[in-house]
Design a protein around this ligand. Sequence first.
Ligand SMILES: C[S@@+](CC[C@H](N)C(=O)[O-])C[C@H]1O[C@@H](n2cnc3c(N)ncnc32)[C@H](O)[C@@H]1O
Length: 419
Amino acid sequence: MNPMQLKHTAAVLADVLTFRQPADAVVSAYFRRERKLGRQDRHEIAETVFAAVRHGQKISAVLPKPHTQPRRAALVALVLGRSVNLSALADVADEDDMAFLAEVKARKSEFSDSLNTAAELPQWLIDTMRADGFDDDAVLAFGRSVVQGAPLDVRVNTLKGRRDKVLAALQAEGLACSPTPYSPWGIRFADKPALNKHPLFLDGTLEVQDEGSQLLALLTGVKRGQMAVDFCAGAGGKTLAMGAMMHGSGRLYALDVAEKRLANLKPRMVRAGLTNIHPQRIESEHDARIGKLSGKADCVLVDAPCSGLGTLRRNPDLKYRQSADSVAALRAQQHSILQAAARLVQPQGRLVYATCSILPQENEAQIERFLAENPGWQPRDCRLILADNKIDLNTGVYLRLNTAAHGSDGFFAAVLERS
Ligand SMILES: C[S@@+](CC[C@H](N)C(=O)[O-])C[C@H]1O[C@@H](n2cnc3c(N)ncnc32)[C@H](O)[C@@H]1O
């Protein structure tokens, strides 16, 4: 890192480390303002900013209020988060900095002895995980599994290509990629190439999507000609996968309260060659316009708003932006959305409830409550649905993906059927 890059990294961290805005939004806005920064500068700055967020517990242990000392926070991130040797920092660190960084390095064993710094998780989250049944070894294993960044997964749009052929074409271009272990549509890139200008992305053959998300769409089992609803469609990651499962036929309603997110779905639908998707903004899960779909859907997916704690590899700032109170509010919202979405399902139809959280209170507990309050619904065994799709993945009746065991983001899904 050179002095100019360090100056910019510190400027970004002064904002990011307040955790008032999502870190990726702060970084993108900064880069839009600082047009002169080159590709390598942006890479160095972004990597160091995210290393600082990922190693925030250790940084807070050596720097109270790190956002007020962002330059020092950046230096610690380089040493602890990006394993840069002190000798490589001679151009950017003065004598005081060097003495400070040497002291930080000397506290290594202290950092491994304390759960917060060893797992890089804040106390509220450790307390929440303990209350949700995690023991300290599980907390530590979880924290360690999400401290590194994630690989890049894409889904092959089966309307436009076959995975084996697309994979061979990408490998022939020299890209290091392999099939995802579980999803039949997934390809994983080890070194995150920029794909947004790749012809296979531009023509809708490839969509960026974590393998776990692909499996959630697969669990819906939606078929050609059916009527389906993606209740919390957002920008449509799972909607597009479901649309392809339906071979572009039938009707797929993509509902969401966020206009902006649904707007992002529209160009993606066009690129993917899907004309069976009907995006519709709703006021809330109680919106009267949903009534016309009541009891009509073969399949409803609820990809519920959640804490996102399964995606800490990609969004490490979430552990500082969520809290016990925000999780409690999300639980109430999840319950209400699940109840409303269930009304749309026809007899023998399927309801899939999913989150990218690892907390049982957002997952199993929601399903247990739903089943207790709604007679006439039965869980379907995810193992069997996956096995029917030739996927060898056994996490019990519910799908529970975690980064350590499965290499994907953390996800939960329950498949329920109406009698
Ligand atoms: C986990 S995200 C969905 C991600 C999306 N399914 C995808 O695969 O890209 C949850 C979504 O729920 C939406 N949401 C929040 N409250 C909602 C409600 N009451 N009804 C419908 N959608 C809601 C949010 O705007 C957000 O887009």
